[in-house]
Write a protein that binds this ligand. Structure first.
Ligand SMILES: *[C@@H]1O[C@H](CO)[C@@H](O)[C@H](O)[C@H]1NC(C)=O
Ligand SMILES: *[C@@H]1O[C@H](CO)[C@@H](O)[C@H](O)[C@H]1NC(C)=O
Ligand SMILES: *[C@@H]1O[C@H](CO)[C@@H](O)[C@H](O)[C@H]1NC(C)=O
Ligand SMILES: *[C@@H]1O[C@H](CO)[C@@H](O)[C@H](O)[C@H]1NC(C)=O
Length: 371
């Protein structure tokens, strides 16, 4: 794009806007963050070279099929290892595209030479079979892997196939809006270093799906299990899934689920002794569920529907209990129609909104729309 006319037209900046919008990629002044959105039917992919010295890169493929990049996919990345090693890239997001699985593998193989720590794949349709694996894992040494709304032809085997391309050592795995979380456990390698498993925003998961996803003994180092908005119905069901899987986290987040009381006759569950923080906020609870762990250092019951102050014997022994935003605390305020007049309601409403909006906000923030 020719930008010179804009300089001449500084006094009429609006005239330049349409021209600036034609650029698919934008880099900030510090060369820190680069954002591309290739929505044009004939995208100028080479524009992405602008991102070569950025630390954080986010590329939206405008729904295009990236098949055309397959030509280069079988080049041995060793040839340009020095260039890859020199990249400052630490965080990469690839979104909105159809990608052949072969290309995903080639891409991870190339990233093996980079110093990338965090990879996010979002709104991708990964097509076709996966290529034969190499003998040893040759992909990047990621700390954080996030997948949101990614579909795989490989079905339940996708995580196994993907993990083969990662060096061991992944610490945080986030999988939202998954198309399949019923992993083929027998083939799934063990996540030896994984401390956080976040399966939030999978509203159809439920305890049943959780039991299928939490492959037995594959998450030995787990410290936090996050199941926000994951179709969970009872804490007891999650306890049973955790015990079955042999996970012993310290923190469990069940916020933003519609929780109900454990059904009479449900199997009794003994919580892992490691568990010390439980989040039951925004869970529409009208009473404290029975069968919670006997001792916790933290229990968050914010923004529920508790009409009465829980009696001490109903609650676990907790040193840090949060009950804000429950009707028994401030019944009049809570039923105020005008949210401006009610601090409690607006705090609860605001947080609920924040969760729904977080993805959008993150995107807007990354382009600098929101500070
Ligand atoms: C990319 O551009 C399209 C068309 O202008 C827009 O609808 C979409 O929201 C953009 N994506 C992002 C992440 O900004
Ligand atoms: C999920 O990703 C697909 C592309 O694979 C896209 O068409 C769809 O709109 C995305 N869904 C959501 C809810 O963003
Ligand atoms: C519990 O979850 C809510 C909503 O997801 C969050 O705002 C809050 O910070 C969490 N509480 C704790 C103690 O982590
Ligand atoms: C109690 O938990 C809240 C988060 O819900 C945290 O901000 C606060 O520091 C905790 N207080 C103590 C004493 O641990």
């Amino acid at each position: 794009m020719v930008r010179a006319p804009c300089l001449l037209l500084l006094l009429l900046p609006t005239l330049c806007i349409s021209e600036v919008e034609l650029e698919p990629c934008e880099v900030d002044d510090e060369d820190f963050r680069c954002f591309c959105n290739f929505t044009d039917p004939q995208p100028e992919w080479s524009n992405a070279y602008q991102c070569v010295s950025a630390i954080e890169v986010e590329i939206h493929g405008g729904g295009h099929n990236l098949e055309q990049f397959l030509k280069g996919a079988d080049t041995d990345p060793k040839q340009y290892a020095d260039v890859l090693k020199a990249l400052r890239l630490r965080r990469l997001t690839v979104a909105s595209a159809q990608v052949p699985a072969v290309l995903v593998a080639a891409f991870l193989r190339a990233l093996a030479y980079s110093r990338i720590k965090e990879l996010t794949l979002q709104d991708l349709e990964v097509t076709g079979g996966t290529p034969p694996p190499f003998l040893e894992a040759t992909g990047p040494a990621l700390s954080i892997l996030t997948l949101r709304n990614v579909s795989w032809t490989a079905g339940g085997a996708w995580l196994t196939e993907l993990q083969r391309w990662l060096k061991p050592g992944l610490k945080v795995l986030n999988i939202a809006q998954a198309h399949s979380l019923a992993f083929s456990c027998a083939h799934l390698p063990t996540f030896l270093a994984l401390t956080t498993l976040d399966l939030s925003d999978n509203p159809r998961l439920g305890e049943h799906g959780l039991t299928a996803a939490l492959c037995q003994h594959k998450f030995p180092a787990l410290q936090a299990l996050v199941l926000r908005n994951a179709g969970i119905q009872t804490p007891n069901g999650v306890c049973l899934a955790m015990v079955r899987a042999g996970v012993q986290p310290q923190r469990l987040d069940l916020s933003h689920n519609s929780l109900r009381a454990t059904a009479p006759g449900a199997p009794v569950c003994v919580w892992p002794r490691t568990l010390n923080s439980l989040n039951l906020s925004f869970a529409r609870l009208e009473q404290v569920p029975k069968g919670l762990p006997a001792r916790l250092s933290e229990l968050d019951l914010r923004c529920n529907r508790l009409n009465k102050e829980p009696r001490p014997e109903e609650l676990p022994m907790v040193s840090n209990l949060t009950l804000d935003g429950n009707p028994f605390l401030d019944p009049e305020d809570l039923y105020q129609e005008d949210p401006m007049k009610s601090g409690v309601v607006s705090a609860c409403a605001h947080s609920a909104l924040a969760v729904g909006m977080s993805g959008t906000l993150a995107v807007l923030q990354s382009v600098g729309v929101v500070a």
